[in-house]
Design a protein around this ligand. Structure first.
Ligand code: NDP
Length: 240
């Protein structure tokens, strides 16, 4: 039986590319999403990959969602914590809700998904968890205290959980993407984006599949000795 991988936010953007890359490796994929039914349906029709709707920021929803995936597809071997949102603004204008939503979904989602799956992985003696951080969690970014804090937290979460998983055959790693051409980046005003691209040594935005290849490698058998690491894929923007 093939291994089962859950990709949160797996129906579009970077997550879609990750779902496809892991499918290519032979995994059975469950692509989670938050609420964009149209994109999720189109993704499932196009790829044949099952999609499952729940909010990764909701602890019980993650427990229930993962139980449903396990029942339908089999026990979960791989989790890619990719779901994420931005609620940008300088501190003076950032509401508590903007802070809390980003922490709850981007960082809390990693905790919730690990709680839902880590125990079973430990019992079966094998697992792969990949958390999607960000260059802005490594370097900081103006107008993103919430996002930078959550993404930076993901890198600490990764190193700590890696220590717990190591003796059970579970690796826990992070990928820190730079700016990737997705809907999330399309929301950045063109003038701001132009300045950002000017600072990327390779001179362009990244492509979702360039992140997905890194995730696929970290989820493979060959990456068993890599744990607690962060792989930066950012066109040389921030050398960390
Ligand atoms: P997109 O905005 O294009 O897609 C986000 C995905 O996450 C969607 O599938 C969305 O579901 C899902 N999602 C959002 N909130 C939730 C939630 N509460 N529960 C479940 N799913 C949720 O994002 P990207 O593909 O650009 O980004 C993917 C990840 O990569 C994020 O964590 C982001 O922070 C990170 N990243 C992105 C960079 C970039 O330049 N694009 C750079 C660095 C990091 P739905 O379709 O239903 O809305």
């Amino acid at each position: 039986m093939s291994k089962v991988a859950v990709v949160t936010g797996g129906t579009r953007g970077i997550g879609e590319a990750i779902s496809l890359a892991l499918k290519e490796l032979g995994y059975t994929i469950a692509a989670n999403y938050a609420g964009n039914e149209e994109k999720a349906r189109a993704f499932t029709d196009r790829t044949g990959i099952a999609s499952f709707r729940w909010d990764v920021g909701d602890h019980q929803a993650c427990l229930d969602g993962c139980a449903e995936v396990a029942e339908k597809l089999g026990p979960i071997d791989v989790v890619v914590n990719n779901a994420g949102i931005t609620r940008d603004g300088v501190l003076a204008r950032m509401s508590f809700e903007d802070w809390n939503d980003v922490m709850r979904i981007n960082l809390g989602g990693c905790f919730n998904m690990a709680k839902a799956t880590f125990g079973d992985m430990r019992e079966r003696g094998w697992g792969r968890i990949v958390n999607i951080g960000s260059v802005n969690g490594q370097a900081g970014q103006y107008g993103q205290v919430n996002y930078a804090a959550a993404k930076s937290g993901i890198h600490g979460f990764t190193k700590a959980l890696a220590q717990e998983g190591a003796k059970y055959g579970i690796t826990v790693n992070a990928i820190a993407p730079g700016y990737i051409d997705t809907d999330m980046v399309a929301a950045v005003p063109a003038a701001v984006l132009e300045k950002i691209v000017a600072k990327i040594p390779v001179g362009r935005l990244g492509h979702a599949h360039e992140i997905a290849r890194g995730v696929a490698f970290l989820c493979s058998e060959e990456a068993a000795f890599i744990t607690g690491s962060t792989l930066s894929i950012n066109g040389g923007q921030h050398m960390y």
